[in-house]
Design a protein around this ligand. Structure first.
Ligand SMILES: Cc1cc2nc3c(=O)[nH]c(=O)nc-3n(C[C@H](O)[C@H](O)[C@H](O)COP(=O)(O)OP(=O)(O)OC[C@H]3O[C@@H](n4cnc5c(N)ncnc54)[C@H](O)[C@@H]3O)c2cc1C
Length: 256
């Protein structure tokens, strides 16, 4: 049994997409569980997101009963390991106490690029991401490409972006091999994100359409979790009802 099922109070450190989505999933599955999100930043969801998107998410988190403790770094991390059920109390720099049975680290993911050596390491920026040209060549290299989350392309890090990077890099490699096809350039995607808060909640932002509500968010991501997209890509069949453990019944494939 997951430690979540036996916890009355959960602390999530980090109010980025991971912390927010996890808060929504916990509240959807165990509505009576107290969920507190703590972040040193003064608002949720760092990055170039419009303020009305953040406001909509804050409103929905409030409706779910998720407590936000923002602008409040902890004096010290909890004394127990992340993901292990063992009651504890932590204190913020302003002296506020938060008691919980379980906590999860929802911050601190870093690109794994430390293996680059020699000339290739020159493209490695201070935060571990890799500088690339608009053809997605590693900065300073004509024949090495980088794609996906490890790149410093200025856009939201998304699977969809990684897929589009792959198409551009593959086209450039094909041109190099055949001597035909010219150079292909990648244009960073405009800001956009689907952020479910449980299978039927949350909000999305799309540069052309603005802020989208819970129904559209559930349709785009919260309910199918993009499983249909990947099933189609890998030629897999949906599981039968007796073996099904996922969401996505009767949902259309997500465009992202
Ligand atoms: C909670 C959450 C929700 C998300 N929701 C969405 C969403 O709704 N839509 C969306 O488009 N995106 C979403 N994303 C973002 C998406 O998951 C990433 O943008 C995407 O996975 C990036 O793909 P990638 O191939 O660049 O990196 P990854 O998926 O991280 O894959 C990198 C792989 O390389 C491996 N690796 C690392 N080092 C080495 C090495 N030295 N040699 C070989 N292999 C190595 C890793 O083990 C890993 O398997 C979400 C992410 C999170 C965390």
């Amino acid at each position: 049994m997951t430690p979540l099922a036996t916890s009355d109070a959960v602390l999530l450190l980090g109010a980025g997409p991971v912390g927010l989505e996890l808060a929504g999933e916990i509240k959807a599955a165990w509505p009576a569980t107290a969920v507190t999100l703590v972040d040193p930043a003064h608002d949720i969801l760092a990055g170039p997101h419009p303020s009305q998107f953040r406001a909509e998410l804050r409103r929905k988190l409030d409706n779910l009963g998720v407590e936000l403790v923002l602008g409040a770094p902890l004096v010290a991390d909890p004394p127990t390991p992340s993901g292990v059920r063992a009651p504890f109390t932590v204190t913020t720099g302003e002296g506020r106490s938060v008691r919980a049975d379980l906590w999860y680290r929802c911050h601190g993911a870093a690109p794994a690029t430390g293996y680059l050596r020699g000339d290739l390491a020159v493209a490695r920026l201070e935060d571990g991401r890799l500088a690339v040209t608009d053809e997605l060549r590693l900065s300073g290299s004509a024949t090495v490409f980088a794609i996906g989350d490890i790149t410093a392309v200025p856009e939201t890090k998304l699977a969809k972006a990684a897929e589009l990077h792959a198409e551009v890099a593959a086209a450039n490699i094909r041109s190099m091999i055949t001597g035909k096809g010219g150079r292909h350039r990648y244009r960073p995607a405009p800001p956009g994100m689907s952020l479910p808060l449980g299978p039927a909640g949350g909000a999305s932002y799309n540069a052309a359409l603005g802020v989208l509500g819970a129904d559209r968010t559930a349709e785009l991501k919260g309910s199918p979790l993009r499983l249909d997209v990947y099933r189609a890509r890998f030629g897999l069949h949906r599981p039968t009802d007796s073996t099904r453990h996922d969401r996505g019944q009767d949902m259309p494939a997500s465009p992202r």
